[in-house]
Design a protein around this ligand. Structure first.
Ligand SMILES: [Zn+2]
Length: 292
């Protein structure tokens, strides 16, 4: 079995959206009065003291999200792009002596927001007004929950590709914000094997996959994300999506649809859970399914 703990699940769209939802009411309209960046790695290669000084005095216009980026937009037109990577989180009621605190923001209403990150892979990047759109445009495709995420878009992104469909939908330029967990869930819902070549899906399958990607992400948002690894919501609460996964983390357990034990393979370098029976259509099982 793959040591999934060493590849800890990262916050994906539903988790980042949950963070945004809780952070927005606390930050919107507030000014960053004092900012301390305790870990230079957070803003590397920029100078942490310089970035902190630039952030002081900025007033928050909006807390948004693009893909897995939290986008804190300021009235000045600048934006702070935060990527939580594996273990980053924002806390509105922080512990005083949190050893994993990497940055502290004091707001003008007296509230303190702490950014904590155990593995230290998270990043903050302060961008000037003209830099924001180009920065995001080269990294991210359309938002899967917006209307522009059509079957035609998804089909065009996968056309002619021999890469496994799982790898194709993990490409942030194809489905912004989708990660390993919700990709596995979406493929199971669609009945599509993770190792099917992306370009071999027919129009009906692409349409189905578009719908199930959206459904899996919406389900995750409704449960306030999945609490795995060190994901914590800004108010200190947890998500509950981990209790409702169909395939992710359920190796050997019976498929919710057909009872077949959930299996695991690797696609695009990532562990991929799937049902060998429900997701068998169109694949050469002798080739893709490990035999017992
Ligand atoms: Zn099944």
């Amino acid at each position: 079995m793959v040591a999934e703990t060493t590849l800890a699940p990262v916050p994906e769209l539903p988790e980042v959206e949950t963070v945004r939802t809780e952070l927005a009411p606390a930050m919107t309209g507030r000014t960053f009065e004092r900012v301390e960046i305790l870990d230079g790695r957070l803003v590397a290669p920029d100078d942490p003291r310089g970035v902190a000084a630039e952030l002081e005095g900025e007033r928050v216009d909006r807390v948004g999200r693009r893909g897995k980026y939290l986008v804190i937009s300021f009235e000045s037109g600048r934006a702070l792009l935060c990527h939580l990577r594996m273990t980053g989180s924002f806390l509105l009621e922080p512990d005083d002596a949190d050893p994993y605190a990497r940055a502290v923001i004091e707001l003008d209403d007296g509230r303190t927001v702490v950014y904590r990150d155990i593995r230290r892979f998270g990043t903050w990047r302060l961008l000037e007004p003209g830099e924001i759109e180009p920065y995001l445009a080269v990294r991210l495709g359309v938002e899967p929950l917006e209307s522009r995420f059509t079957a035609a878009w998804l089909g065009a992104r996968m056309a002619g590709r021999r890469a496994p469909v799982k790898a194709a939908i993990l490409d942030q330029r194809t489905v912004a914000g989708l990660g390993n967990i919700y990709a596995d869930e979406a493929l199971w819902r669609a009945g599509i094997h993770p190792l099917r070549p992306a370009g071999n899906l027919d129009a009906a399958e692409v349409g189905r996959l578009r719908r199930t990607i959206r459904a899996a992400l919406r389900h995750g948002i409704a449960r306030q994300g999945a609490t795995l690894s060190d994901y914590r919501r800004p108010n200190g609460g947890t998500g509950s999506m981990q209790n409702e996964f169909h395939v992710y983390g359920r190796l050997g357990e019976p498929c919710d649809r057909c009872g077949t034990p959930i299996a695991k393979t690797r696609a695009g370098g990532r562990g991929s859970a799937f049902c060998p029976r429900c997701q068998a259509a169109g694949v050469d099982l002798a080739y893709v399914t490990p035999r017992k």
